[in-house]
Write a protein that binds this ligand. Structure first.
Ligand SMILES: *Cc1c(COP(=O)(O)O)cnc(C)c1O
Length: 361
């Protein structure tokens, strides 16, 4: 193996997905951005296997990556805007559901439907109407929801979308969900598409509405990354150099702080490595201790995500685009070229070179 690898215990991963699907009726899997480390196409295949009837992507440009492997409907989460010609085309696609977060955009979409000059008719754009939540990201304010009804005949309204903030410890977003759901239902009855409401709260939510309503839960992180034990990420050792204290190395020709080895490992900024704050010595107190003891951190080194001989090790210098230079002090056992070593990746920002369906060793 070369580069950075994501290994999957596929059976366990799929069993976890099935558990999430059973606990969240009407599940809409979310596959967007870097595909949560797996890639959009792979997630579309998984959603298909899982039996989902709808898959969510983030952007209009992501539809193409999933539409050939996923057979059902595709909802675009980012709200539609009139300045994107690709999105206007997709709004006419019978398999695509467009999210609309402003009345003026709904009006433009309403005008897309109907007869064309060549005599053919365009199917009504399928839309979800987004209500504004306390996130204040996108959405029609509660006071304007009434305006939707006037345009409802010219689009196919699939429901309402409510994107809640993630509940923090001890807090609950049910109150807000219920208040907004009521406002939406009184403007126009229709299914509710929710994000970040715990599945076990759905009953409490629908119980507070005057009429029965179907609920769809959009889930990404918990579905794909909720069982970390079935995932393992590794990097490949590309080179190992014996070094002495005071030697210089790297782009910046920094001094090697102690005798040992300089290990060159695959993975760099292009893989999303080194894009987080250093994981050690982050508090003021810890920094003071590091300075006082003259540790590597005091000299401007950062702890890297690679585990070599059982421990996280320090970067010599910031990661390069596709490889990193890591210090291994004397006393440790150096790896060999070609060895795979564990690397900690945040999979929502990582780009791996390959996903391998083989259980972690
Ligand atoms: C990204 C996104 C989700 C999925 O969020 P996770 O935290 O990954 O489950 C759900 N809803 C909307 C509107 C999103 O943009």
């Amino acid at each position: 193996m070369t580069g950075v690898t994501l290994r999957l215990n596929t059976d366990r991963w799929r069993a976890h997905q099935q558990r999430v699907a059973q606990s969240a009726p009407g599940l809409v899997p979310v596959a967007k951005g870097n595909g949560y480390g797996f890639g959009l196409r792979r997630l579309a295949e998984e959603a298909q296997l899982l039996g989902a009837d709808t898959l969510a992507v983030g952007l209009p440009g992501e539809v193409a990556a999933v539409r050939d492997v996923f057979a059902g409907d595709i909802v675009i989460l980012n709200p539609w805007r009139p300045d994107d010609p690709g999105a206007a085309e997709l709004a006419r696609d019978p398999r695509v559901i467009t999210t609309v977060s402003r009345l003026e955009d709904l009006e433009i979409l309403a005008n897309l439907s109907g007869s064309r000059p060549d005599g053919t008719t365009t199917p009504l754009p399928r839309v979800l109407i987004e209500a504004q939540t306390s996130m204040l990201r996108h959405g029609i304010p509660t006071s304007d929801l009434e305006g939707v009804e006037a345009l409802a005949a010219y689009v196919a309204i699939e429901g309402w979308t409510i994107h809640l903030p993630i509940p923090t410890d001890g807090e609950d977003n049910l109150e807000e969900a219920a208040r907004l759901a009521l406002a939406c239902q009184s403007a126009r009855p229709g299914p509710l598409w929710l994000s970040h409401l715990p599945a076990e709260r759905i009953g409490a939510l629908t119980g507070r509405l005057p009429e029965p309503v179907s609920v769809r839960l959009r889930i990404g992180t918990r579905l794909w990354l909720g069982e970390p034990d079935c995932l393992e990420t590794t990097a490949t050792v590309l080179d190992v150099h014996r070094v002495r204290r005071g030697d210089r190395a790297g782009y910046r020709q920094r001094r090697i702080p102690s005798n040992g080895w300089l290990v060159i490992v695959s993975g760099g900024t292009a893989h999303g490595i080194g894009m987080e704050a250093p994981t050690s010595a982050t508090t003021v107190r810890q920094r003071a201790i590091a300075l006082a003891s003259g540790g590597l951190e005091a000299a401007g080194h950062a702890l890297g995500p690679y585990t070599l001989d059982g421990k996280k090790r320090w970067f010599l210098e910031p990661p390069h685009m596709q490889s990193s230079m890591v210090l291994l002090p004397e006393g440790a056992t150096p790896p060999e070229v070609g060895d795979e070593v564990p690397v900690e990746l945040r999979l929502t920002t990582a780009l791996v070179d390959q996903v391998v369906d083989a259980p972690p060793a």
